[in-house]
Design a protein around this ligand. Structure first.
Ligand code: FES
Length: 107
């Protein structure tokens, strides 16, 4: 069965300084956007699956974030966490020429 693609506008690149993350509320859910120092944008669920830490406040690496509460590291490309059952949801991101960030929130 084919998944429904739902692109939603989340914000603008200028709202997320390089090397940081920000939390946004869109389409009834909370998301975290990360802007790496290399200029890449990633989108994930906002809350850490361990104990709900605010991932957007974590330490952002080139392709990872470290949760600010208990230092678990998550891969921003795949959502992989430190254990097989402790990953995060990641969303496909599209940054348009006007700087707007759209993500596919799927179903
Ligand atoms: S709440 Fe994120 S590692 Fe514990």
């Amino acid at each position: 069965m084919r998944e429904t693609i739902r692109d939603v506008l989340v914000g603008d690149v200028s709202q997320v300084p390089p090397g940081e993350g920000r939390t946004f509320a869109v389409a009834g859910r909370r998301l975290a956007l990360f802007h790496t120092r290399a200029g890449e944008i990633f989108a994930t669920q906002a809350d850490c699956p361990h104990r709900g830490g605010p991932l957007a406040d974590g330490l952002v690496g080139s392709t990872s974030v470290i949760c600010p509460l208990h230092d678990r590291l998550f891969d921003l490309r795949t959502g992989q966490g430190p254990e097989p059952d402790c990953g995060i949801r990641v969303y496909p991101v599209s940054v348009r020429p006007d700087g707007k960030i759209w993500i596919d929130i799927g179903n």
